[in-house]
Ligand binder design. Sequence first.
Ligand code: FAD
Length: 380
Amino acid sequence: MPVDRLLPTAEARDLLALTRDVADKVLDPIVDDHERREAYPEGVFATLGEAGLLSLPYAEEWGGGGQPYEVYLQVLEELASRWAAVAVAVSVHGLACHPLMAFGTDQQKEDKLPVMLGGAQIGAYSLSEAQAGSDAAALSCKATATDGGYTVTGSKAWITHGGVADFYNLFARTGEGSKGISCFLVPGGTDGLSFGKPEEKMGLHAIPTTSAHYDNVHVPTEWRIGEEGQGLQIAFSALDAGRLGIAAVAVGIAQAALDDAVKYSQERTAFGKKIIDHQGLGFVLADMAAAVDSARATYLDAARRRDAGLPYSRNASVAKLIATDAAMKVTTDAVQVFGGYGYTRDFRVERYMREAKITQIFEGTNQIQRLVIARSLATR
Ligand SMILES: Cc1cc2nc3c(=O)[nH]c(=O)nc-3n(C[C@H](O)[C@H](O)[C@H](O)COP(=O)(O)OP(=O)(O)OC[C@H]3O[C@@H](n4cnc5c(N)ncnc54)[C@H](O)[C@@H]3O)c2cc1C
């Protein structure tokens, strides 16, 4: 049964109905096979782009959907309830468009944004390096100033959609320390840019995660977003918004696990009755439902603050922490509800559990979210 959502407009209700339809007809029939074969979902992003679902929170004047974050995140949640890997890639695309939208010049926006937001392109975000994940300020990929731009040398790691994306947000060192990092937008086919083989991951099998290698890559000045040295500020600003996307993805995964567990518990019998009618198991399901509802409420609260133009960085960290921990607990409990069958690949719950785990790690681990929240308390 669809989630009973409180949506702000009739347009938002239509959008959620369209998303469910696309999820039912395009994602659901192929997700299991693609995840098992680790096969890229060819054509799926084009379909999502044509349906207008790739750039929903961006202004219509630039080719976006003009939707509030509150609505965009619920669309993302619906996509994730069918196919987390696809929803993560959509969220990362949104993350990759943020720097240009928020920090680009008018000229850069006119030149690039309509294409980036138009639905035919997909973006990637490359901040992490092999030795600089949580501690992003320790990154070492270097952009050396040259005539008319920069020469970039070094490697980035863990890029969602690496090797497939049309454009890459690159964060590279142009000086010393945390104020010595700059942001660039690099097209996928640029000379000297190559990608490693996809990581062999626990989940999100259908979307590649790769390293990227910059071998004396010429990056013109016009590809730099914001001022030289502003890179980390831009990266963190994008991550505030991106973390809400990951919170919504986590809720989608948890909702799917809850739905499957409830259905199974109404069919499976033990000791002469449906397992849902054993109070011990009914209470497990009740706790799962409470966790999903409260996680959704937490990300919606942060999204509404963002939509109202209020500071929301702390709320985004709270939402990411609560929603992803909830997803891990709920998906683990869903496997328990299925008993031995939950531990097999015959049912989706084992996949949900593997997918939930990464949401606690990327776009700032949950330890880092606690660090952000604790700092906000200390400076209150
Ligand atoms: C599937 C996948 C997709 C990804 N996609 C992207 C992407 O598209 N773009 C991108 O830029 N990156 C991406 N990443 C990278 C991801 O954001 C990093 O893995 C993450 O930020 C953690 O960095 P790390 O792996 O280097 O762990 P580390 O930073 O080495 O952390 C190791 C452990 O130490 C803990 N820790 C570190 N510092 C502290 C501290 N100060 N206090 C307490 N605990 C601490 C961490 O919480 C963690 O448990 C992706 C990663 C994966 C696995």
